[in-house]
Design a protein around this ligand. Structure first.
Ligand SMILES: NC(=O)c1ccc[n+]([C@@H]2O[C@H](COP(=O)([O-])OP(=O)(O)OC[C@H]3O[C@@H](n4cnc5c(N)ncnc54)[C@H](O)[C@@H]3O)[C@@H](O)[C@H]2O)c1
Length: 309
């Protein structure tokens, strides 16, 4: 199969590209390196075609989709705080970019488009675990773009018979997640603190919870989404299926690194969701998905990876 991975120089995209190469697929990566890094592709750089370009440019998307069979659309400006600071940049990359990818997929008769969506579309709904049938309630421009992408994917499936599926990722973590940007996810920063023996910075009281999902589970869900049978326009939660508080994560990190690092608490941030926990029944039913790496094992593997990189 000829497979395009947009955002393939990023954290999730690069792991996915690596798995596709391992499976013997012909892989093309499109990325503008806005938040991704070429080094993320070091292990497979001789096995893939790399295109540097911006999906917000229609022609770039069209060229990238040419002669492809499947598209994994991972490119986006991630991060809620980034989108609050600069909603237009998130809109351009995430929504205009996705529309361009879907149009290019339609025009190039792509067999399936697997899109990265986000648990942020659920907002702060008190009901847990979050089921795909809940009314979405985005709290940030980022979440709005992800919800709109899902709607475009559904409409393209209905109007143009394009097979699409949106995977709502819940807090993905693992090796290569960029901890250096001010917009990096909390867990990537905590891992660095544990490595450098620094206090953990937490917004709020640390009792907020997330369904932290190790990268291998997400890659597995993507591969299954490319080859399973379901109705076009499907939306599916992809998560570990368990809920862990930030304070529990910090205890685990202390335990795994044999330390007792303190936590520095700061006031909560605007737009942050308090609790997040996925119901993964639909992923199980539609994709035969089952998380295989739990949070503790994922943290152990992540720490181990940083020791050698
Ligand atoms: N990491 C998570 O926990 C998480 C959770 C929910 C959803 N997601 C989604 O998963 C996808 C991958 O996220 P990630 O964590 O790997 O982030 P990432 O920043 O590491 O990867 C995103 C990649 O997209 C590229 N990109 C951004 N704008 C682009 C553009 N206009 N044109 C071409 N390439 C562009 C970046 O350079 C980067 O390589 C994103 O769509 C993100 O919204 C991630």
């Amino acid at each position: 199969m000829n497979i395009l991975v947009t955002g393939g120089a990023g954290f999730i995209g690069s792991h996915l590209a690596e798995e596709l190469v391992r499976r013997g697929e012909t892989v093309r990566v499109l990325d503008n390196l806005a938040t991704g890094h070429l080094e993320n592709l070091d292990a497979i750089k001789n096995d893939i075609e790399f295109l540097q370009g911006d999906i917000a440019d229609e022609n770039v998307a069209q060229n990238a989709a040419r002669n492809m069979d499947i598209i994994f659309h991972q490119a986006a400006l991630p991060s809620v705080p980034r989108s609050i600071k600069n909603p237009r940049a998130s809109h351009d990359a995430n929504l205009t970019g996705t529309l361009n990818v879907l149009i290019a997929a339609r025009d190039n008769h792509i067999q399936r488009v697997v899109l990265a969506s986000s648990s942020s579309v659920y907002g702060n709904s008190a009901q847990l675990p979050k089921v795909e049938t809940f009314e979405p309630a985005p709290l940030s421009p980022y979440a709005v773009t992800k919800l709109a992408c899902e709607q475009y994917a559904r409409v393209f499936a209905n109007l143009y018979d394009l097979s699409t599926i949106c995977l709502r990722y819940f807090n993905v973590f693992g090796p290569r997640q960029d901890p250096t940007s001010q917009y990096s996810g909390a867990l990537a920063k905590f891992v660095q603190c544990a490595r450098h023996h620094e206090p953990f910075p937490v917004y709020g009281d640390g009792e907020q919870s997330r369904d932290f999902t190790y990268i291998e589970n997400v890659v597995n869900a993507n591969v299954r989404a490319a080859y399973s049978e379901f109705d076009g326009g499907a939306v599916v939660n992809v998560a570990g299926g368990a809920r862990t508080t930030l304070n529990q994560i910090l205890s685990l990190l202390n335990e795994l690194t044999h330390q007792n690092l303190p936590t520095h608490f700061a006031p909560p941030r605007a737009g942050d969701v308090l609790h997040s926990h996925a119901d993964i029944s639909r992923a199980r039913a539609l994709l035969g998905y089952e998380p295989t790496v739990d949070v503790k094992e994922g943290l152990r593997r992540t720490l181990e990876w940083y020791q050698t990189h």
